[in-house]
Design a protein. Structure first.
Ligand SMILES: *[C@@H]1O[C@H](CO)[C@@H](O)[C@H](O)[C@H]1NC(C)=O
Ligand SMILES: *[C@@H]1O[C@H](CO)[C@@H](O)[C@H](O)[C@H]1NC(C)=O
Ligand SMILES: *[C@@H]1O[C@H](CO)[C@@H](O)[C@H](O)[C@H]1NC(C)=O
Length: 250
């Protein structure tokens, strides 16, 4: 039985740490790689299904599945969920939401802008299962980045991605993880790679263009490519497989 450390996300309504006990997990990427993959049924057979930010299932079931057990959401994506609160917090009321964000937005003293939004949401939807990351959790995740890359996240001017927070949580909670639709660190330098939009559910910048922009942004970017290198390393120690596209980690 999985019992999280004191750094684990805490609930907004029941003031309890998150406890998850998953066997075979599926992490579904938001990437345009998911388009046309028709793995929805396979994904839905996993014991715990993880999604990120506001990635929809409605209208994309055949490719991405219909169930969501845990949704890990960035503080910047909370307003996107709140555009459709009846769907996310009422209809999808079996989903657990884990919101990550910096202390300035998540503080509980009335000045945390995102925390305040979530608090209001729980007042309106008392059954919504919303957990937030603690300050301790945030520095724990920064620490993992430093340990794995040798780089200080703050000094390098970058932000961790929602994928990073999802991975760390899922490695604690799952016996095995199947990641769908995530590209590896060399994908965008591979001859003849498949060009897809960054998200499966919206038109927009090409995925690799977005990755390069972020990786080289002097300030405020996500180090998506660096993070993928670390995920590949973790996959050697944990039961993690990546498909659509396939990674060969051995
Ligand atoms: C949970 O969602 C179902 C439909 O998805 C709905 O019938 C039910 O009333 C909801 N429960 C609560 C407590 O909101
Ligand atoms: C990708 O991996 C899956 C599962 O391991 C396998 O069934 C499939 O044949 C692989 N596809 C390619 C294109 O290698
Ligand atoms: C990374 O992805 C590329 C393109 O799909 C593939 O050719 C390569 O084998 C992958 N590398 C690893 C280590 O999985």
């Amino acid at each position: 039985f999985t019992h999280f450390s004191p750094t684990c996300p805490v609930s907004l309504s029941v003031f309890q740490p998150l406890q998850l006990d998953c066997n075979r997990c599926a992490i579904v990427s938001n990437s345009g790689q998911m388009v046309g993959q028709k793995v929805g049924n396979e994904i839905d057979q996993s014991s715990c299904i993880w999604r990120m930010n506001n990635a929809p299932t409605k209208g994309y079931e055949e490719d991405v599945g219909r169930m969501t057990m845990i949704r890990v959401v960035s503080h910047t994506s909370v307003p996107l969920l709140l555009k459709n609160p009846d769907y996310f917090f009422k209809e999808a009321n079996t989903t657990i939401y884990v919101i990550w964000g910096p202390f300035r937005n998540m503080r509980k003293d009335g000045n945390g802008i995102v925390y305040n939004m979530l608090k209001k949401t729980v007042d309106i939807y008392p059954n919504a299962q919303i957990y937030v990351t603690t300050e301790k959790r945030m520095s724990y995740c920064d620490g993992v980045f430093k340990k794995e890359t040798g780089k200080d996240r703050v000094q390098s001017g970058s932000y961790l991605s929602t994928g990073w927070f999802t991975f760390i949580l899922a490695m604690d909670a799952c016996y095995g993880i199947h990641v769908y639709g995530m590209i590896n660190d060399t994908y965008c330098k591979t001859e003849g790679y498949r060009k897809v939009p960054y998200h499966y559910y919206e038109q927009g910048r090409d995925e690799c263009d977005e990755y390069f922009l972020h990786e080289h942004a002097p300030y405020g970017g996500h180090r998506f490519i660096t993070e993928k290198k670390v995920f590949a390393k973790w996959a050697k120690k944990h039961r993690i497989i990546f498909t659509h596209p396939n990674w060969t980690v051995s």
